[in-house]
Design a protein around this ligand. Structure first.
Ligand SMILES: [Zn+2]
Length: 311
């Protein structure tokens, strides 16, 4: 058997996002690390996603007195969905994800439906992933939110996939670990009755500083929803950056995850990162966290500058 770069059997990952950008937007850096070490990643986009975050449909039609008739509207949304699919494939390729599947569900009303759960379960039995990553089922209060509904569908599908189905020739499969994206969608802000803070549940952070410049390139592909240009730069500084999710683990840029199943070890686990940094001089921590991709372009450039500084 071919092993991955860590000397282990290659892992199979399945990332399931609600909208076109959700998979790579939430976990792109992590996926790239996995494919770089020889693991495989499949991304699923559940909803066509033409109704929201679209310059033509969600933004352009707001100022009209009347929207196009039913068939015309459908044709426009089909065109916009195809444009988004092309952008998503390009963005995912930058993040090392070359197997991208579109379920093409309508994003008008998204509910926990039997068919959606069954289709995801079939895909799990087909791909047989070790790890599944999706939205947190309580995102935005857990109700009437397309991310939360997606998380709930996937959570149920992981159980259903572990049973046989008469219309599926593939045997059942049990996923080893399920992770939820740690980035909240935060339509419901603190103070709202719907608000449910969950970033405190993030116990796993992936340091994506070495590939954060690629994540900006990937976000830059999503011109249909105006994620490109300054938006991409601002986003990674504010969200993944050391004022966002990088702050708690003390790294420049991190992607946060919530672990669904409590894990089991022979002894107590401690990461190499914790061991290597626990007694580091304060200067090391500053040098590590002071990397700003918008200033230096990439971690590699920043580290070259540091070498010059201390020469
Ligand atoms: Zn989304």
């Amino acid at each position: 058997m071919t092993m991955n770069k860590t000397g282990r059997k290659p892992l199979k990952l399945l990332v399931i996002g609600a909208h076109p950008a959700d998979s790579f937007d939430n976990a792109g850096g992590t996926c790239l690390h996995h494919t770089q070490q020889g693991d495989s990643v499949t991304a699923v986009i559940l909803l066509a996603g033409a109704r929201i975050h679209d310059v033509v449909v969600s933004d352009g039609m707001r100022s009209r007195t009347q929207i196009p008739q039913e068939q015309d509207l459908k044709d426009i949304m089909d065109v916009r969905s195809d444009i988004k699919k092309k952008e998503v494939k390009e963005a995912c390729a930058i993040m090392g994800i070359n197997d991208v599947r579109f379920f093409d569900c309508d994003d008008y009303i998204h509910l926990v439906k039997e068919k959606t759960i069954s289709d995801i379960a079939c895909l799990i039995r087909e791909i047989r992933p070790d790890i599944v990553i999706t939205h947190y089922p309580f995102d935005n209060g857990g109700y009437a939110d397309q991310h939360a509904i997606t998380g709930q569908c996937v959570l149920q599908a992981t159980w259903v996939a572990n049973t046989v189905a008469p219309d599926d020739p593939n045997p059942q499969h049990k996923v080893a670990q399920l992770f939820f994206f740690g980035f909240p969608s935060t339509f419901a802000k603190a103070g709202s009755a719907l608000y449910r803070e969950f970033s405190g549940h993030c116990a796993v952070f992936v340091d994506v500083s070495d590939v954060i410049h690629l994540k900006i390139q990937a976000l830059d592909k999503m011109q249909s929803q105006q994620y490109d240009g300054d938006c991409a730069w601002k986003r990674v500084e504010a969200v993944e950056g050391s004022a966002g999710f990088g702050a708690s683990p003390r790294v420049p840029y991190a992607e946060p995850f919530i672990v669904a199943y409590s894990d089991v070890y022979h002894t107590l686990p401690v990461s190499d990162f914790r061991l290597q940094t626990s007694n580091e001089p304060e200067r090391n921590e500053r040098d590590r966290t002071n990397f700003v991709v918008t200033k230096y372009g990439s971690l590699e450039n920043y580290q070259a500058q540091l070498l010059k500084k201390y020469k």
